[in-house]
Design a protein around this ligand. Structure first.
Ligand code: NAD
Length: 450
């Protein structure tokens, strides 16, 4: 029996990919276990080892510093020594290909690296698995089949363990998960992963659901697709509510959600869903159903269509008040796809800004985390990006709120519109919908009749 088989002793964990998921999990697991992060981006490795988080997430800075100081967390390039490990977990990206299907090349590369170096990380028995979101069948093909082909069955077990954290509250979510799903090829692999969580999250891990690899993989896609569909449904209801004088979106939702069969949580309307997960996971499930299963996905495609129309809805509001936006200064508040994160992948704000710019507007944009954002040269050439909220708003002909950062909400409508030439606020997130609207300000919000 090696050291980490003794219950309560730190386990030896290897995580491949130190992005939002890998790093968040790494710092949490390192409160109890010994964690090595393999990361291909040298600047992230350097930053992590200095105790500086390459991503912005609430509470991550402190956890990372503690983990580095305690010596329980280290990052290195994939070529470095792996050391013996009890659990190996792949957390690399699974972006969409051009056609919307899932690009598994990063997972494939990570697995190739691992299966070339089994003797280096396995001294007794190691659970090797995937935490990245992958289509059903992937863990079997890229992990289990390789274990069997390589005759590693008495040394390695395969697992799939989806992650449900939300950017912006990643640490809180990962520490207090609604459920932990473990798909595993056998009991031994499942129990290693289970122990990893039980010992680091304490009794909070009593909500562990074990299932087949394929059920786990599908469960992650279905969960994200359902949440995305819920947002699109809310946005369709908002489109209807906007055209009914006297109707109020919040009252409609409140009345609806009082039915115990309907959950009112996550039923907000706004500028649409974005980020690195919902858009790609909805596309991934649609493409899987179409290409591999020959199953129609009417609801998922409708959810996607409704979401694609959201930027135009924001522009429609603007055009109701500013007939020709050519040459007009339009201030956009918020670039992140939601508050609390520096992630701009698939952010609706980028789409709105592009459409404004294509229509000849003079677009200015602000975000509290602008300096951390990876904004393309294309956008930089079209949009005036500023870290000064005053510069963004001054003399503008309209302001569009795209991310409901606390900074903007705390400012209030009067301060936001104070220096604007034309005090028109389009609230793409319904952030001020329940506030009194001071006279002289034209306020339009998604889901609110004019
Ligand atoms: P990310 O892009 O932030 O991080 C991935 C990291 O992996 C990058 O730092 C990249 O450099 C690194 N990497 C890629 N290939 C590598 C390799 N072969 N060796 C070492 N490092 C490698 O991605 P993310 O947002 O953390 O998402 C990871 C996975 O988790 C995706 O499948 C995603 O769908 C899923 N997921 C993400 C979230 C989220 O909120 N971001 C939530 C749940 C699930």
């Amino acid at each position: 029996m090696h050291q980490s088989e003794v219950l309560g002793k730190a386990m030896r964990i290897l995580i491949i990919g130190a992005g939002y998921v890998g790093l968040s999990m790494g710092v949490i697991l390192a409160e109890k276990h010994d964690v090595l992060l393999l990361e291909m981006d040298p600047s992230k490795v350097e930053s992590i080892n200095k105790g500086q988080s390459p991503i912005f997430e609430d509470k991550i800075a402190e956890l990372l510093q503690n983990a580095i100081q305690s010596g329980r967390l280290k990052a290195q390039s994939p070529e470095g020594p792996l050391g013996y490990r009890d659990v190996v977990m792949v957390c690399v990206g699974t972006p969409s290909r051009e056609d919307g299907s899932v690009n598994l090349s990063y997972v494939d590369d990570a697995m190739k690296l691992l299966f070339e170096r089994v003797d280096e990380f396995c001294d007794n028995y190691t659970a090797v698995g995937i935490k990245s979101t992958v289509p059903p069948g992937t863990t079997k093909t890229l992990v289990l089949d390789k274990i069997e082909k390589g005759h590693f069955t008495d040394r390695l077990g395969a697992f799939f363990n989806p992650e449900f954290l939300r950017e912006g509250t990643a640490i809180e979510d990962a520490k207090n998960p609604d459920r932990i799903i473990i798909g595993a090829s056998n009991e031994k692999a499942a129990s290693l992963v289970q122990r990893m969580y039980m010992e680091s999250l304490g009794n909070k891990a009593d909500n562990i659901l074990t299932m087949s690899l394929e059920s786990g993989e599908l469960c992650k896609y279905v969960s994200n697709s359902f949440l995305a569909t819920k947002i699109s449904f809310a946005n369709e209801i908002a489109n209807i509510t906007e055209r009914i004088p006297g109707a109020d979106f919040d009252s409609v939702v409140k009345g609806m959600a009082a039915d115990s069969r309907i959950c009112g949580k996550f039923f907000g309307s706004g500028a649409g869903y974005g980020g690195s997960c919902f858009p790609k996971d909805v596309s991934g499930l649609i493409m899987l159903a179409k290409n591999d299963l020959n199953v129609a996905t009417h609801i998922l495609q409708a959810a996607q269509r409704v979401n694609a129309e959201r930027p135009q809805r924001i522009l429609d509001f603007l055009k109701e008040h500013v007939s020709d936006i050519k040459g007009k200064k339009i201030a956009v508040l918020g670039i992140a796809f939601k508050p609390g994160t520096d992630d701009i992948r698939e952010s609706p704000a980028l789409k709105v800004m592009k459409q404004l710019s294509d229509n000849g507007a003079n677009v200015w944009a602000h975000d509290p985390l602008l300096s951390r954002m990876e904004i393309s040269e294309d956008i930089k050439n079209q949009i005036n990006l500023t870290e000064s909220i005053n510069e963004c708003l001054k003399n503008s002909d309209a302001c569009i709120l795209m991310t409901e950062w606390k900074e903007y909400i705390d400012m209030g409508l009067e301060a936001i519109t104070d220096t604007m030439s034309n005090k028109l606020l389009i609230d793409g997130r319904r952030a001020f919908v329940n506030r009194d609207i001071p006279s002289g300000i034209t306020y339009r919000a998604i889901g609110r009749p004019n």
